[in-house]
Design a protein around this ligand. Structure first.
Ligand code: ADP
Ligand code: ADP
Length: 227
């Protein structure tokens, strides 16, 4: 796990108005921060700069103690949890979770120990032989998170993970993600345009508008007490 510090981050595409304009956010180790705002406000661009999929025009991106501006995505030790979870349909839950370890050439004993530990934490240990098609949406989400856990990633990054789901499932998944993030205590950055997610999920909410950081506060400070 690690903190993420963004200092005066700017992203310009061509000569136009910056997509991200002098944004500074300090995310503490273990904190859950939501990036929210209307379409086109720069949320995805900011997330992609954290992961390393987009070059930073100016500013500093610091993960843990390390400035990562010039590091390739694979050297940043972050885990992007993709929309639709990107699970391998022909592989069991076990092998889906094991996948990054196999790719890294880990020994069978290490793979087994890590997969079993992660699947216990995620309450998937009863389902290791199943294929993704036979899992609930919540279980699939957990498999995707399991893959990130076995890698000992410093942070989870989510880009609108629930936007393709119907309202009921979205509600369930929201609770699931909140519960797991608390349990795991892993630094999390979560992009959404959904107010409900912003109000209920994170420790803090960063509101972006036209590339500018407009507000950075707890959900309660921003939206009032929902009760
Ligand atoms: P959001 O995720 O909040 O919807 P984005 O980060 O995708 O917003 O986009 C922010 C701004 O940057 C938008 O004006 C968008 O059109 C622009 N933009 C994003 N990607 C590119 C690109 N590859 N080339 C040029 N402009 C881009
Ligand atoms: P190999 O074919 O490499 O010898 P094994 O089938 O003997 O691998 O399994 C090695 C370890 O991995 C065992 O501890 C086993 O429990 C675990 N394992 C492998 N595949 C699965 C699976 N699909 N479900 C649960 N455990 C598995």
């Amino acid at each position: 796990m690690a903190s993420i510090q963004m200092k005066n981050i700017v992203k310009k595409y061509g000569d136009g108005f910056p997509a991200v304009n002098d944004v500074s956010i300090d995310i503490a180790d273990g904190e859950f921060v939501i990036l929210v705002g209307p379409s086109g406000c720069g949320k995805s661009t900011l997330l992609r700069m954290i992961v390393g999929l987009e070059d930073i025009t100016s500013g500093d991106m610091v993960i843990g103690e390390k400035r990562v501006n010039d590091l390739a995505p694979r050297d940043r030790n972050l885990a992007m949890v993709f929309q639709n979870y990107a699970l391998y349909p022909h592989l069991s839950v076990y092998e889906n979770i094991a996948f990054p370890l196999r790719l890294a050439g880990a020994k069978d004993e290490e793979v087994d120990a890590k997969v079993r530990e992660a699947s216990k934490t995620l309450e998937l240990d009863e389902h290791l032989e199943r294929k993704p098609a036979n899992l609930s949406g919540g279980q699939r989400q957990r498999v995707a998170m399991g893959r990130a856990i076995v890698r000992d990633a410093d942070a989870f990054l989510f880009d609108e993970p629930l936007s393709n789901l119907d309202a009921k499932l979205r509600g369930q998944m929201r609770s699931e993600i909140a519960r797991l993030q608390k349990k795991l205590g892993i630094t999390t950055v979560y992009v959404t345009h959904d107010q409900t997610e912003a109000m209920t999920l994170g420790d803090r909410v960063a509101v972006l508008k036209r590339g500018l950081l407009q507000q950075l506060a707890s959900p309660r400070e921003l939206y009032g007490n929902p009760c």
